[in-house]
Design a binder for this molecule. Structure first.
Ligand code: UD1
Ligand code: CA
Length: 457
């Protein structure tokens, strides 16, 4: 099928007063991504010849947030209506093919729906419409006796008979680019809102004998816009359910598809299981057969095949090797790299440290700025003292080291291969390989010692 070139205009100049926020409306996130970014990403799948975002007063932050080489910008100031908004994009547009108008605050339209709309409008103009049981607030699609679209009337300009029409304008339209400039130039603002309505171009097309057709979304949520935090929260749930369903279809086992939040890109292998209440942010990769326990927060994490993550873990910028066992209550901070079969247990924090294969820190430890070899056993209560209040230093723990409980390693320090550190050691100098190093004071018992007593009153 030969495609006509498509140009996309995204309207994003509206104020969003009802959001009660300093953040521009179109930058509020759904599934961790700004509303307008969803629209841009979907538009991109149509391979548009041009992608123009119309932004408004105070929208510089919109520009800087979603800037990309393929996105052009048109400023609309003041905002005099949807027709006026599209007119601001005209200088950036070519006169060929179709111009698709999208809204920056309608984030979840599917590309398949837009393709259907473009197809319907190939020889004219097309409008994405739907039937609503309660059409209040929307523009209504006025058809003639033969069912042909005649015009769109806004709610505020509609007669009682027109208000009874249940087919509404979603706002999304595909317009012949060659006619766009002329039509926009002929809009007037003599209407109830004193605005230049984009919707008025429908009557202009009809007057010229240009076919006007409609297409419809498969799902109502595809055309829902965000005007308030209530609607933002509703679309968040819709999108989370969409993402969860896609994961189920792809073979992930979810304990409950309504209790998972993905705010970024989650990729997965086969036979992955995710328990309830987990939050995934940024880029998360789960290898084959990974299991994630309940209530974990994973941000920018790569987890190797077969690894098991127990409940209540918090990972940020970390890599976990295959068959590792982590948690419950483990914290991996930026630069934590766990090798294959590493075990990290409860209340263990790892930062900017590498633990090689089969090393274990099973209870209550802090490992920071350390290089840990293979098969190392880090005892309970071990602290790497990496920070002297001004600078951070490295600690090296070589293969097969055994660190007794409640040990402090005062960096910079190296523990040689096969060394053992006795429990309670405060290591301030390097420990030689294959030897027991211990800094504990010798145990004594004081004869005749009496425990102090409270004075009797
Ligand atoms: C518009 C349609 C209406 C449709 C409804 C669907 C018109 C005249 N009406 O009405 O038929 O049923 O959307 O939601 O088009 N915007 C600008 N600049 C402006 C005005 C708006 O960029 O000057 C942007 C807004 O940010 C928003 C979109 O255009 O993303 C729609 O604006 P909005 O004011 O919500 O339009 P409605 O009056 O709801
Ligand atoms: Ca609206």
């Amino acid at each position: 099928m030969a495609e006509t070139p498509v140009q996309v205009v995204i309207l994003a100049a509206g104020q969003g007063k009802r959001m009660h926020s300093n953040l521009p409306k179109v930058l509020h996130p759904v599934a961790g991504k700004p509303l307008v970014q969803h629209v841009i990403d979907t538009a991109r799948t149509l391979a548009p010849a041009k992608l123009v975002v119309v932004y408004g007063h105070g929208g510089e932050v919109v520009r800087s947030t979603v800037a990309a080489p393929d996105v052009s910008w048109a400023r609309q100031e003041p905002q005099l209506g949807t027709g006026h908004a599209v007119a601001q994009a005209l200088p950036a547009l070519a006169g060929a093919g179709q111009t698709l108008v999208l809204y920056g605050d309608v984030p979840l339209t599917l590309a398949s729906t837009l393709k259907r709309l473009l197809q319907a409008g190939r020889d004219g103009l097309s409008v994405l419409t739907m039937e609503l049981s309660d059409p209040t607030g929307y523009g209504r699609i006025v058809r003639d006796g033969a069912g042909n679209v005649r015009r769109i009337v806004e709610e505020k300009d509609a007669t009682p008979v027109e208000k009874a029409i249940r087919e509404v304008n979603t706002g999304i339209m595909a317009i012949p680019s060659a006619r766009l400039g002329d039509w926009l130039g002929r809009l007037s603002n003599t209407n109830a809102q004193g605005e230049y309505y984009l919707t008025d171009i429908v009557a202009l097309a009809v007057a010229e004998g240009i076919p006007v057709r409609t297409a419809h979304p498969d799902n109502q949520w595809e055309v829902l816009g965000v005007n308030s935090k209530v609607q933002l929260a509703e679309l968040e749930r819709v999108q989370q359910r969409n993402l969860a369903d896609a994961m189920l279809v792809a073979g992930v086992r979810l304990a409950d598809p309504d209790r998972i939040d993905v705010r970024g890109d989650l990729t997965h292998g086969r036979d992955v299981f995710i328990d309830v209440g987990c939050v995934f942010e940024g880029r998360v990769e789960l290898g084959d057969a990974v299991e994630v326990g309940p209530y974990c927060v994973l941000k920018n994490v790569k987890i190797g095949a077969g690894a098991q993550i127990a409940a209540f873990c918090h990972f940020d910028d970390a890599t976990i090797g295959p068959d590792a066992v982590v948690g419950p209550f483990a914290r991996l901070r930026p630069g934590a790299e766990l090798g294959p079969e590493v075990h990290i247990g409860n209340f263990v924090e790892v930062k900017k440290s590498r633990l090689a294969a089969r090393s274990k820190a099973n209870h209550l430890a802090y490992i920071g700025d350390a290089e840990v070899g293979e098969r190392v056993n880090v005892g309970a209560g071990t602290i790497v003292c990496n920070y002297d209040g001004a600078n951070k230093y490295k600690t090296i723990i070589e293969d097969d080291v055994f660190i007794g409980s409640d040990t402090q390693l005062v960096a910079p320090v190296t523990v040689g291969r096969g060394a053992t550190l006795g429990a309670g050691t405060t290591l301030t100098r390097d420990a030689p390989p294959d030897a027991l190093t211990i800094s504990r004071a010798r145990q004594t018992t004081v004869p005749g010692w009496v425990r102090p007593k409270k004075a009797q009153k």
